[in-house]
Design a protein around this ligand. Structure first.
Ligand code: ZN
Ligand code: ZN
Length: 345
Protein backbone atom coordinates (compact mmCIF):
# COMPACT_ATOMS: atom_id res chain seq x y z
CA UNK A 1 0.00 0.00 0.00
CA UNK A 2 1.02 3.64 -0.24
CA UNK A 3 1.89 5.76 2.78
CA UNK A 4 2.84 9.39 2.84
CA UNK A 5 5.91 9.33 5.05
CA UNK A 6 7.43 12.41 6.66
CA UNK A 7 11.18 11.90 6.20
CA UNK A 8 12.46 15.25 7.46
CA UNK A 9 11.39 18.83 8.04
CA UNK A 10 8.99 19.70 5.17
CA UNK A 11 9.98 16.48 3.39
CA UNK A 12 7.51 13.81 2.37
CA UNK A 13 7.93 10.61 0.40
CA UNK A 14 5.12 8.51 -0.98
CA UNK A 15 6.40 5.06 -0.03
CA UNK A 16 5.29 1.50 -0.61
CA UNK A 17 4.72 0.11 2.90
CA UNK A 18 3.37 -3.27 4.10
CA UNK A 19 -0.40 -3.36 4.59
CA UNK A 20 -1.02 -3.65 8.35
CA UNK A 21 -2.57 -6.80 9.83
CA UNK A 22 -5.25 -7.22 12.43
CA UNK A 23 -3.42 -8.40 15.55
CA UNK A 24 -6.11 -8.45 18.21
CA UNK A 25 -9.56 -9.97 17.80
CA UNK A 26 -10.99 -6.55 18.66
CA UNK A 27 -9.01 -4.77 15.91
CA UNK A 28 -10.45 -3.36 12.70
CA UNK A 29 -8.64 -2.93 9.37
CA UNK A 30 -9.67 0.39 7.83
CA UNK A 31 -9.37 1.59 4.25
CA UNK A 32 -8.87 5.35 4.52
CA UNK A 33 -11.17 7.68 2.59
CA UNK A 34 -10.43 11.25 3.77
CA UNK A 35 -7.88 12.76 6.11
CA UNK A 36 -7.98 16.37 7.25
CA UNK A 37 -4.74 18.25 7.85
CA UNK A 38 -4.61 19.66 11.36
CA UNK A 39 -2.60 22.53 12.82
CA UNK A 40 -0.78 19.97 14.96
CA UNK A 41 0.29 18.11 11.78
CA UNK A 42 1.71 21.40 10.53
CA UNK A 43 3.80 21.75 13.71
CA UNK A 44 5.32 18.29 13.04
CA UNK A 45 5.78 19.05 9.34
CA UNK A 46 7.49 22.42 9.78
CA UNK A 47 9.44 21.90 13.02
CA UNK A 48 9.37 18.13 13.66
CA UNK A 49 7.93 18.63 17.12
CA UNK A 50 5.29 19.95 19.47
CA UNK A 51 7.12 21.00 22.63
CA UNK A 52 9.10 17.97 23.77
CA UNK A 53 7.15 15.55 21.58
CA UNK A 54 9.72 15.08 18.84
CA UNK A 55 9.44 13.07 15.61
CA UNK A 56 12.02 10.42 14.79
CA UNK A 57 12.01 10.31 11.01
CA UNK A 58 10.65 8.54 9.05
CA UNK A 59 7.15 8.84 10.51
CA UNK A 60 3.58 9.01 9.21
CA UNK A 61 1.36 11.77 10.59
CA UNK A 62 -2.39 12.42 10.23
CA UNK A 63 -5.21 11.76 12.69
CA UNK A 64 -8.44 13.30 11.36
CA UNK A 65 -9.85 10.48 9.30
CA UNK A 66 -12.83 8.73 7.83
CA UNK A 67 -12.67 5.23 6.42
CA UNK A 68 -14.46 2.10 5.25
CA UNK A 69 -14.15 -1.06 7.33
CA UNK A 70 -12.17 -3.53 5.22
CA UNK A 71 -12.22 -6.41 7.72
CA UNK A 72 -12.77 -6.91 11.44
CA UNK A 73 -11.28 -9.20 14.09
CA UNK A 74 -13.33 -12.14 15.41
CA UNK A 75 -14.68 -10.40 18.50
CA UNK A 76 -15.56 -7.05 16.92
CA UNK A 77 -19.22 -6.10 17.44
CA UNK A 78 -19.35 -2.32 16.84
CA UNK A 79 -18.72 -2.42 13.10
CA UNK A 80 -18.68 -4.84 10.15
CA UNK A 81 -16.99 -4.83 6.72
CA UNK A 82 -18.15 -2.03 4.41
CA UNK A 83 -19.36 0.15 7.30
CA UNK A 84 -18.41 3.82 6.94
CA UNK A 85 -16.68 5.21 9.99
CA UNK A 86 -15.21 8.33 11.56
CA UNK A 87 -12.04 7.57 13.49
CA UNK A 88 -11.45 8.58 17.11
CA UNK A 89 -7.64 8.91 17.05
CA UNK A 90 -6.97 8.49 20.79
CA UNK A 91 -6.39 4.91 21.92
CA UNK A 92 -6.70 4.66 25.70
CA UNK A 93 -5.87 1.72 27.98
CA UNK A 94 -9.28 1.46 29.64
CA UNK A 95 -7.68 0.38 32.92
CA UNK A 96 -5.87 3.31 34.54
CA UNK A 97 -7.30 5.75 37.11
CA UNK A 98 -8.00 8.31 34.34
CA UNK A 99 -9.83 5.87 32.09
CA UNK A 100 -11.82 4.48 35.02
CA UNK A 101 -12.87 7.94 36.12
CA UNK A 102 -14.21 8.89 32.68
CA UNK A 103 -11.12 10.77 31.52
CA UNK A 104 -9.94 8.50 28.72
CA UNK A 105 -8.44 11.51 26.93
CA UNK A 106 -5.82 11.89 29.68
CA UNK A 107 -5.19 8.13 29.93
CA UNK A 108 -1.81 7.36 31.53
CA UNK A 109 -0.96 5.17 28.55
CA UNK A 110 -2.64 7.14 25.76
CA UNK A 111 -1.56 6.38 22.21
CA UNK A 112 -2.63 8.91 19.60
CA UNK A 113 -2.74 8.37 15.85
CA UNK A 114 0.10 10.19 14.11
CA UNK A 115 1.75 11.31 17.35
CA UNK A 116 5.53 10.74 17.59
CA UNK A 117 6.46 7.52 19.41
CA UNK A 118 2.79 6.49 19.69
CA UNK A 119 0.94 5.21 16.59
CA UNK A 120 1.82 5.82 12.93
CA UNK A 121 -0.76 8.23 11.49
CA UNK A 122 -3.51 7.72 8.95
CA UNK A 123 -1.96 9.24 5.83
CA UNK A 124 -1.75 5.62 4.64
CA UNK A 125 -4.13 3.64 2.47
CA UNK A 126 -4.87 1.25 5.35
CA UNK A 127 -4.58 1.42 9.12
CA UNK A 128 -5.58 -0.85 12.01
CA UNK A 129 -7.50 0.57 14.98
CA UNK A 130 -9.28 -0.94 17.99
CA UNK A 131 -13.02 -1.27 17.39
CA UNK A 132 -13.89 1.28 20.08
CA UNK A 133 -12.12 3.92 17.96
CA UNK A 134 -14.43 3.29 15.00
CA UNK A 135 -17.67 5.32 14.99
CA UNK A 136 -20.21 4.42 12.37
CA UNK A 137 -21.47 7.24 10.18
CA UNK A 138 -24.68 6.85 8.17
CA UNK A 139 -24.81 6.84 4.38
CA UNK A 140 -26.25 10.37 4.50
CA UNK A 141 -22.92 11.62 5.84
CA UNK A 142 -20.01 12.17 3.47
CA UNK A 143 -16.49 10.94 4.18
CA UNK A 144 -15.38 14.57 4.30
CA UNK A 145 -17.95 15.18 7.04
CA UNK A 146 -16.59 12.04 8.71
CA UNK A 147 -13.09 13.52 8.68
CA UNK A 148 -14.43 16.78 10.17
CA UNK A 149 -15.81 14.90 13.18
CA UNK A 150 -12.49 15.01 15.08
CA UNK A 151 -11.91 18.80 14.98
CA UNK A 152 -15.62 19.36 15.59
CA UNK A 153 -15.53 17.10 18.66
CA UNK A 154 -12.77 19.33 20.06
CA UNK A 155 -15.02 22.36 19.54
CA UNK A 156 -17.90 20.62 21.29
CA UNK A 157 -15.71 19.56 24.20
CA UNK A 158 -14.17 23.05 24.50
CA UNK A 159 -17.59 24.71 24.50
CA UNK A 160 -18.66 22.38 27.33
CA UNK A 161 -16.34 24.34 29.64
CA UNK A 162 -18.64 27.35 29.27
CA UNK A 163 -20.87 26.83 32.25
CA UNK A 164 -24.31 28.47 32.13
CA UNK A 165 -23.64 29.58 28.58
CA UNK A 166 -27.04 31.18 28.06
CA UNK A 167 -26.81 34.94 27.68
CA UNK A 168 -23.02 35.06 27.86
CA UNK A 169 -20.72 37.07 25.65
CA UNK A 170 -17.64 35.21 24.50
CA UNK A 171 -14.55 35.77 22.42
CA UNK A 172 -12.85 33.24 20.16
CA UNK A 173 -9.30 34.24 19.22
CA UNK A 174 -8.30 32.36 16.09
CA UNK A 175 -10.80 31.44 13.38
CA UNK A 176 -9.15 28.33 11.98
CA UNK A 177 -10.95 24.97 11.99
CA UNK A 178 -10.79 24.69 15.79
CA UNK A 179 -11.97 28.26 16.46
CA UNK A 180 -14.78 27.74 13.94
CA UNK A 181 -15.70 24.43 15.61
CA UNK A 182 -15.88 26.22 18.97
CA UNK A 183 -18.13 28.81 17.28
CA UNK A 184 -20.52 26.18 15.91
CA UNK A 185 -20.70 24.34 19.23
CA UNK A 186 -21.10 27.41 21.44
CA UNK A 187 -23.83 28.80 19.15
CA UNK A 188 -25.89 25.73 20.06
CA UNK A 189 -25.34 26.32 23.77
CA UNK A 190 -27.25 29.60 23.68
CA UNK A 191 -24.54 32.21 24.18
CA UNK A 192 -25.70 35.75 23.50
CA UNK A 193 -22.83 37.13 21.50
CA UNK A 194 -19.69 35.72 19.88
CA UNK A 195 -16.77 37.95 18.90
CA UNK A 196 -14.04 36.39 16.79
CA UNK A 197 -10.60 37.40 15.59
CA UNK A 198 -8.08 36.22 13.04
CA UNK A 199 -5.35 37.71 10.88
CA UNK A 200 -6.66 36.08 7.72
CA UNK A 201 -9.56 37.78 5.97
CA UNK A 202 -11.03 34.57 4.46
CA UNK A 203 -11.26 33.03 7.92
CA UNK A 204 -13.02 36.07 9.32
CA UNK A 205 -15.51 35.96 6.47
CA UNK A 206 -16.11 32.25 7.16
CA UNK A 207 -16.59 33.03 10.87
CA UNK A 208 -19.14 35.74 10.07
CA UNK A 209 -21.03 33.45 7.71
CA UNK A 210 -21.03 30.69 10.31
CA UNK A 211 -22.65 32.94 12.90
CA UNK A 212 -20.06 35.17 14.59
CA UNK A 213 -21.69 38.45 15.69
CA UNK A 214 -18.53 40.48 15.32
CA UNK A 215 -15.19 39.84 13.62
CA UNK A 216 -11.91 41.73 13.87
CA UNK A 217 -8.38 41.50 12.53
CA UNK A 218 -5.74 42.28 15.21
CA UNK A 219 -3.28 43.30 12.48
CA UNK A 220 -5.63 46.08 11.41
CA UNK A 221 -7.33 47.24 14.60
CA UNK A 222 -6.71 47.26 18.33
CA UNK A 223 -9.15 44.47 19.10
CA UNK A 224 -8.98 45.01 22.88
CA UNK A 225 -10.02 48.67 22.55
CA UNK A 226 -12.61 47.94 19.89
CA UNK A 227 -14.23 45.16 21.93
CA UNK A 228 -14.29 47.46 24.97
CA UNK A 229 -16.37 49.88 22.89
CA UNK A 230 -18.82 47.15 21.92
CA UNK A 231 -18.92 45.38 25.29
CA UNK A 232 -17.95 47.85 28.04
CA UNK A 233 -18.35 45.15 30.69
CA UNK A 234 -16.04 42.90 28.65
CA UNK A 235 -16.26 39.18 28.02
CA UNK A 236 -17.42 36.29 30.18
CA UNK A 237 -15.11 33.80 28.50
CA UNK A 238 -12.41 33.77 25.86
CA UNK A 239 -11.35 30.72 23.85
CA UNK A 240 -7.75 30.97 22.74
CA UNK A 241 -7.66 28.96 19.51
CA UNK A 242 -4.39 29.89 17.84
CA UNK A 243 -1.66 29.06 20.35
CA UNK A 244 -0.06 32.49 20.30
CA UNK A 245 1.32 34.50 23.22
CA UNK A 246 -0.18 37.73 21.86
CA UNK A 247 -3.65 36.14 21.80
CA UNK A 248 -3.24 34.91 25.38
CA UNK A 249 -2.32 38.47 26.40
CA UNK A 250 -5.32 39.87 24.50
CA UNK A 251 -7.56 37.29 26.16
CA UNK A 252 -6.56 38.48 29.64
CA UNK A 253 -7.27 42.10 28.66
CA UNK A 254 -10.61 41.15 27.09
CA UNK A 255 -11.99 39.21 30.06
CA UNK A 256 -14.20 40.74 32.72
CA UNK A 257 -13.36 40.14 36.39
CA UNK A 258 -14.22 36.53 37.23
CA UNK A 259 -13.97 35.61 33.55
CA UNK A 260 -12.65 32.37 32.15
CA UNK A 261 -9.81 31.78 29.72
CA UNK A 262 -10.14 28.48 27.87
CA UNK A 263 -6.91 27.49 26.14
CA UNK A 264 -7.55 25.30 23.11
CA UNK A 265 -4.70 26.37 20.78
CA UNK A 266 -1.33 24.63 20.80
CA UNK A 267 1.62 26.98 21.32
CA UNK A 268 4.81 25.89 19.56
CA UNK A 269 7.17 26.56 22.51
CA UNK A 270 6.99 24.71 25.83
CA UNK A 271 6.48 27.87 27.81
CA UNK A 272 4.05 30.74 27.64
CA UNK A 273 3.59 33.54 30.16
CA UNK A 274 0.87 35.52 31.92
CA UNK A 275 0.88 38.86 33.66
CA UNK A 276 0.15 37.46 37.11
CA UNK A 277 -1.08 40.77 38.50
CA UNK A 278 -3.63 41.15 35.74
CA UNK A 279 -4.98 37.62 36.12
CA UNK A 280 -4.89 37.87 39.92
CA UNK A 281 -6.70 41.21 40.15
CA UNK A 282 -9.45 40.02 37.82
CA UNK A 283 -9.46 36.54 39.39
CA UNK A 284 -9.34 34.91 35.96
CA UNK A 285 -9.83 31.14 35.76
CA UNK A 286 -7.72 29.28 33.25
CA UNK A 287 -8.98 26.05 31.74
CA UNK A 288 -6.80 23.94 29.50
CA UNK A 289 -8.40 21.69 26.92
CA UNK A 290 -6.75 18.40 26.05
CA UNK A 291 -8.24 17.48 22.68
CA UNK A 292 -11.68 16.07 23.55
CA UNK A 293 -13.40 13.58 25.80
CA UNK A 294 -16.37 11.51 24.70
CA UNK A 295 -17.56 14.00 22.07
CA UNK A 296 -17.08 11.91 18.90
CA UNK A 297 -20.60 10.48 18.87
CA UNK A 298 -22.03 13.89 19.79
CA UNK A 299 -20.28 15.45 16.79
CA UNK A 300 -21.60 12.72 14.46
CA UNK A 301 -25.15 13.13 15.77
CA UNK A 302 -25.07 16.92 15.40
CA UNK A 303 -23.90 16.63 11.80
CA UNK A 304 -26.35 13.82 10.98
CA UNK A 305 -29.29 15.75 12.49
CA UNK A 306 -28.14 18.86 10.61
CA UNK A 307 -27.79 20.83 13.84
CA UNK A 308 -24.26 21.65 12.78
CA UNK A 309 -23.02 22.20 9.27
CA UNK A 310 -19.24 22.21 9.18
CA UNK A 311 -18.91 21.56 5.44
CA UNK A 312 -17.71 25.10 4.74
CA UNK A 313 -14.50 24.37 6.65
CA UNK A 314 -13.29 21.87 4.09
CA UNK A 315 -12.08 24.35 1.50
CA UNK A 316 -9.47 22.34 -0.41
CA UNK A 317 -9.17 18.74 -1.55
CA UNK A 318 -5.97 16.98 -2.60
CA UNK A 319 -5.11 13.43 -3.69
CA UNK A 320 -2.65 11.52 -1.50
CA UNK A 321 0.14 12.00 -4.05
CA UNK A 322 -0.41 15.77 -3.90
CA UNK A 323 -0.47 15.87 -0.10
CA UNK A 324 2.93 17.65 0.11
CA UNK A 325 1.33 20.55 -1.73
CA UNK A 326 -1.59 20.45 0.68
CA UNK A 327 0.81 20.87 3.62
CA UNK A 328 2.49 23.80 1.88
CA UNK A 329 -0.93 25.40 1.37
CA UNK A 330 -1.94 24.97 5.01
CA UNK A 331 1.40 26.07 6.45
CA UNK A 332 1.36 29.28 4.42
CA UNK A 333 -2.43 29.84 4.63
CA UNK A 334 -2.46 29.94 0.84
CA UNK A 335 -5.59 30.62 -1.17
CA UNK A 336 -7.81 31.15 1.87
CA UNK A 337 -7.44 27.52 2.96
CA UNK A 338 -9.26 26.63 6.15
CA UNK A 339 -9.17 22.82 6.18
CA UNK A 340 -7.33 20.89 3.50
CA UNK A 341 -8.56 17.35 2.94
CA UNK A 342 -6.61 14.47 1.49
CA UNK A 343 -8.72 11.97 -0.42
CA UNK A 344 -7.75 8.41 -1.16
CA UNK A 345 -9.88 7.71 -4.23
ZN1 ZN B 1 -6.57 17.54 14.76
ZN1 ZN C 1 -5.97 4.59 30.67
Amino acid sequence: MNSLVLTGIRKFELRETPKPNIKKTTDVLLKMRNVGICGSDIHYYSTGRIGDQIIEFPFTIGHEGSAIVESAGGRVTRVKPNDRVAIEPAVSCGKCDQCLSGRRHTCRDLKFLGCPGQIEGCLSEYIVMPEENCYKIGSSMSFIQGALVEPLSIGIYSASFLENAKGKTIGILGSGPIGLSVLLASRLSGVKEILMTDKIEERLIAAKRAGADWIGNPDLIDIVEKIKDIEPEQLDAVFECCGKQEALDQAIDLLKPGGKLIIVGIPEPNEISFNINKIRRKEISIQNVRRQNDCTQKAIDLIARKKINADFMSTHNFKLKDAPLAFEFVENYRDGVIKAMISFD
